[in-house]
Design a protein around this ligand. Structure first.
Ligand code: S3P
Length: 341
């Protein structure tokens, strides 16, 4: 009944979305609601939004503001960013959820339903309209919590819809396996264990499984048999799981998605989530670690940065969803997964 109001995804904020991954997946146009999505209700453009839009422009995204607010408010906001050199379009008095102006936004950006994404904080206007227009949508949490009375009432109804949305998402998540990918030290095992517990799934770590099968540590396998041998073991384990795993959360070794055959198997096995972390987070997590053979180099930090650049693109492409982990506790990440998958 409420499905027509469901967003495709949820994010904590417009500033917390992996736009790079979206661009790689083929998205080119971004439609934004303004109030409570980009800034507090009625506020002018600030450094944060200018910096984000500049980054999006540089990546090659086209941007359009789509607001139900009146011309002076929208123009003021638009001017605040365009004066800083940001290229974007705007539409005021949009009457969301009416679809006409979603289509106009795509015309202005010269994008299509397939490569456009809508980002907004309200279900019954923003998300519903995007759904009607056939555009994928991301629901973000409103920036300020104190809102006008008519919005407060709407939020109560939104809560009901979101309750069913989350329940349905959880059901979907429980129908398959969950595969966690990402760089060494991003928290796949920690998050994986908690997620498995929450879902009532088994937890499995492919590195641990290999160590158990072979009877020695990953470092020893690398040292005695070499990396290729280890990679063959990884592919073998993955193929085995494809036959047997049901209702598992699987934490994978950071290099597993590199082989093209593994990429295919992983996506077949279940929902693939990329736990994305900045090099700084990874460096912090791996301080003092000696168990990763690939990081036993004179300059560990440099190795992490270099390898992450090489691999990030692969992780983004293989994953069904990107989950940002920086600055979040494992419990917060699990909550975010439940909401957004
Ligand atoms: C590797 C990551 C490690 C382990 C091996 C190689 C990699 O797993 O499989 O040391 O190539 O990134 P974690 O990601 O669990 O550390």
């Amino acid at each position: 009944m409420f499905r027509k109001f469901y967003p495709a995804e949820m994010a904590d904020s417009s500033y917390d979305i992996d736009y790079e991954a979206l661009y790689k997946k083929g998205y080119r146009g971004l439609i934004y609601d303004i109030d409570n999505t980009l800034v507090e209700h009625g506020a002018d453009a600030n450094e944060q939004v200018i910096e984000l839009f500049k980054r999006l422009n540089a990546m090659g995204f086209r941007i359009c503001l789509l607001s139900n607010n009146k011309a002076p408010r929208v123009r003021r906001f638009y001017k605040g960013v365009s004066i800083k050199g940001v290229k974007l379009h705007y539409i005021f008095d949009a009457h969301k959820p009416v679809t006409k102006n979603y289509r106009k936004a795509m015309l202005l950006m010269r994008t299509t339903k397939k490569n456009t994404l809508f980002i907004g904080d309200q279900l019954f206007t923003d998300v519903y309209g995007a759904n009607l227009a056939g555009i994928r949508s991301v629901l973000v949490k409103p920036i300020n919590k104190r809102e006008e009375i008519q919005i407060v009432l709407k939020r109560k109804l939104e809560k009901v819809v979101l309750h069913f949305y989350k329940r349905d998402r959880l059901k979907k998540l429980k129908q398959s396996n969950v595969i966690l990918i990402g760089f060494m030290g991003c928290g796949k095992s920690t998050v994986g264990k908690k997620l498995a517990e929450k879902l009532g799934f088994e937890f499995l770590d492919t590195d641990a499984l290999i160590e158990e099968k072979i009877g020695c540590s990953i470092s020893e396998i690398f040292a005695t048999k070499g990396e290729e041998y280890f990679r063959d073991l990884e592919s073998m384990v993955l193929k085995g799981l494809l036959k047997s795993a049901k209702r598992y959360v699987i934490a994978t070794g950071g290099g597993m998605p590199v082989r093209p055959e593994n990429q295919k198997y992983m996506r077949k096995l279940g929902i693939v989530l990329y736990l994305s972390a900045t090099p700084e987070t990874i460096i912090r997590h791996l301080q003092g670690d000696t168990t990763r053979p690939l990081l036993q180099t004179p300059d560990k930090e440099e190795t992490i940065r270099k390898r992450l650049v090489e691999r990030r693109f692969i992780y983004q492409m293989v994953a069904h969803r990107v989950v940002k982990v920086d600055g979040r506790t494992a419990d917060e990440i699990v909550e975010n997964i439940e909401e957004s998958v």
